[in-house]
Ligand binder design. Structure first.
Ligand SMILES: [Fe+2]
Length: 729
């Protein structure tokens, strides 16, 4: 497979990094690892299990357990570049012997004038035919050494019909027709020229939205393409790719006589409205013919495609938990994380920790240049792993970023180094005096540390396992723990959790902003997740009108709340306020005196009285209630039997309510009611129960006093009662 030219790397590029083919394996299963080592330097490999992945020297204490495998030791290294840029590829298309060629497409360019960008590239019998945007943004046709171009540049984000003809006698013509002319600006035109005839017959390869130049793939296009076609000048169809078919897959369908179907590379965005969208339909499934466009981006990233460096047969005796392949040489170091589940048929614990790998992946590769430098500085001081997606654009972006053309990133893949989703790493420079600034694996490992120190047997499973296996993945467990930030779920995952609760399962939700957005993997791309940022929600970009239905699965994208599945109905609370990464204490309410929650206060009776504060220290923002908070609200589905036992009220200039609740400039309810984390408990009809804390910094307040503080003891009390099989009344 050919590769695009690797870009020059900056001083901060990871010298040694890699990825794994799956988030998790059962003990006894196999994981494949792909590694890139700059300058082909050798490296050493070992495996570790993480009990606490926080690198903060003043934190709870980093704990990794070294493990032995036959793979350990020195390994040869090889450099591999990232290769962003999406395109479509058709391996074989027979071109007619005579009759000339007509190439056409409807396009919506987003970066016209930003370099040469290929629309349809045909390579046949040593001849290169290129229909493209020229460097100045007008249509251009090149064949052999001949070139014709339209002078007028196209305007960004407007539709054009582009057509080029190559007559058998050699004559070339080109037209660029705006479909909605502005009138006062010339943005269309024609070009024509006589040229030396070039024989074109033979089996061609066709590339859409990029072009092969020598050995490198270049000239990536930014924008939409609809209905690229090739025909003879007499009108006989050679190929006609209808992108409204196969939406949701990486296959493009040729409705022409040769059925020369192609494949998409690097996950461009489908289910995009075409030039004929009327505005009357918003669901592509209802009128696919109006959704025949694909939006290609020069910075899309689907699969780095590196060769396997080593494969681990996970030893059957490794306990379920957080693991990493640790690779290191003089130039660099990385931990490639993975999660181990109990071996097939092995005894399981009563407690399962659901690792939010959907949320990890949706956030991963979040380029935040404004943060990166200060993180680098502290990482060097702490000897922790660098967090550098902003310095490694070749590995693609996060769904919290924009593409180079200003459109939002909606698809994220795990088949690339996720440089900011690592153990022994911080996500931000914590403003609190002893704050760790951990995110994802770092802060979720506090839960593992807590369970380990409390001697509570537990297994882990991942969101990806839950999506794949549904309720079966949860069947062995009585208690499910979700931790700091389980924000993204697929429909199958939510259904599985609902069924688990309906069967009497117990759920501890120890985080904030959970169960919020829909994220769906592709059927033929389980390594990819799609998030459409539809109406409502705290989000850095929003879907364009008419483009809120996911290409993967076809569901309405965005907030679960918008499709009648608000988190309140599952965990009793929902996202209501967000602010800086600061932590504030909780205070017990009168609810803590309720007989039904008496089990929570065993051993802390003196501290657990209405009005008393707790959770006032911690390694995330310095307190238990902060960053993103969830409150109870019966209007959205908080069960009528829910008891709020404590509240972390945050009245702070930097905290604002979520925009889905923002109707006018004032919130309809008193601030104390919504600007808070509501620690909530309720029993379910089948003897189960739910305990939710509603704050993203909560888990950071488990470790103080070696997990012996009031908050940690209360949380342990809840877990012990939840493990107890006696049904809740
Ligand atoms: Fe979030």
């Amino acid at each position: 497979m050919w590769r695009q030219a690797c870009r020059p790397w900056g001083p901060h590029i990871h010298q040694l990094t890699g990825y794994v083919d799956r988030w998790s394996a059962r003990a006894g299963g196999r994981l494949r690892f792909m590694v890139s080592s700059a300058a082909d330097r050798p490296y050493t490999l070992r495996f570790v299990r993480h009990l606490c992945a926080d690198p903060n020297p003043d934190g709870p204490g980093y704990r990794e357990v070294p493990l032995k495998t036959p793979l350990d030791g020195r390994r040869e290294g090889k450099f591999h570049a990232g290769s962003p840029g999406s395109y479509a590829r058709i391996e074989a298309l027979a071109l007619p012997k005579d009759g000339g060629l007509r190439l056409s497409a409807t396009i919506w360019p987003t970066l016209p004038g930003k370099g040469r960008q290929s629309l349809i590239a045909i390579d046949v019998a040593g001849v290169a035919i290129r229909l493209e945007l020229g460097p100045h943004g007008g249509a251009q046709l090149r064949i052999g050494g001949e070139i014709i171009a339209v002078d007028a540049p196209m305007l960004a984000r407007r539709w054009y019909a582009i057509e080029a003809t190559i007559a058998a006698g050699g004559r070339l013509s080109l037209s660029q027709t705006p479909l909605t002319p502005v009138g006062v600006i010339v943005d269309g035109g024609r070009a024509e020229a006589a040229a030396t005839p070039t024989p074109l017959a033979g089996i061609a390869t066709v590339t859409i939205a990029a072009a092969l130049e020598g050995k490198d793939l270049l000239a990536y296009y930014n924008g939409k393409i609809e209905r690229p076609r090739i025909s003879t000048l007499g009108g006989a169809v050679v190929a006609d790719w209808d992108f409204s078919q196969g939406i949701g897959t990486q296959r493009i369908v040729d409705v022409g006589p040769q059925a020369a179907h192609g494949r998409l590379v690097n996950l461009p965005t489908r289910a995009m409205k075409g030039a004929g969208w009327t505005g009357a339909v918003h669901d592509w499934k209802a009128a696919p013919e109006q959704y025949g466009a694909i939006h290609f981006h020069s910075d899309d990233m689907g699969d780095c495609g590196w060769p396997e460096s080593f494969a681990l047969d996970v030893p059957r005796d490794w306990p379920s938990g957080f693991y990493a392949a640790h690779i290191k040489n003089d130039a660099g170091e990385d931990y490639i994380p993975f999660f181990v589940r109990p071996a097939e048929g092995a005894r399981t614990a009563d407690v399962a920790f659901l690792v939010p790998t959907f949320s990890y992946q949706v956030y991963s590769s979040y380029a935040r240049p404004e943060r990166s430098l200060e993180i680098l500085e502290r990482s060097r001081a702490w000897g922790s792993l660098l967090e550098t997606p902003g310095f490694n654009p070749d590995y693609g972006l996060s769904t919290y970023n924009y593409h180079a053309d200003g459109s939002g990133v909606s698809i994220t893949s795990m088949l690339r180094p996720q440089l900011d989703t690592r153990p022994r790493q911080m996500s931000l420079v914590d403003p609190a005096p002893k704050g760790s600034g951990t995110g994802r694996i770092g802060c979720d490992s506090y839960v593992i540390d807590w369970l380990d120190r409390a001697g509570i047997a537990h297994d882990v499973l991942t969101d990806h396992d839950l999506h794949e296996e549904g309720i079966d993945a949860l069947a062995p467990y009585r208690v499910l723990i979700c931790a700091q930030h389980p924000e993204y779920h697929s429909e199958r995952m939510l259904e599985a959790i609902e069924r688990f609760l309906a069967r009497g399962g117990r759920l501890m939700y120890l985080g904030g902003n959970g169960f919020y957005w829909r994220a769906e993997p592709g059927l033929d791309t389980p390594h990819a997740l799609e998030v459409r940022r539809a109406e409502g929600g705290i989000r850095v970009w929003a879907t364009e009108p008419g483009e809120s239905y996911n290409q993967f699965g076809g569901g309405y994208g965005g907030l679960w709340r918008r499709v009648g599945k608000a988190s309140h109905a599952i965990v009793g609370i929902g996202f209501s306020v967000q602010g800086r990464h600061l932590g504030f204490p909780y205070s017990f309410t009168d609810g803590i005196r309720n007989e039904r929650v008496r089990f929570m206060t065993a051993g802390i009776e003196d501290a657990a009285i209405p009005g008393a504060k707790f959770g006032d220290s911690g390694f995330m923002g310095g307190g238990a209630a902060g960053f993103e908070l969830d409150s109870a609200d019966p209007r959205y589905g908080t069960p009528p039997n829910a008891v709020v036992v404590a509240k972390g009220v945050v009245i702070h200039d930097d905290y604002r309510w979520v925009n889905e609740d923002m109707l006018v400039h004032r919130h309809p309810r008193p601030q104390e009611e919504w600007s808070c984390a509501d620690m909530t408990f309720f029993e379910t009809a089948s003897g189960g129960a739910v305990f939710s804390v509603g704050s993203m910094t909560y888990v950071g307040s488990l470790p103080p006093e070696t997990y012996g503080n009031v908050l940690a003891r209360l949380t342990t009390n809840v877990l012990r009662r939840f493990i107890d099989p006696r049904p809740f009344p």
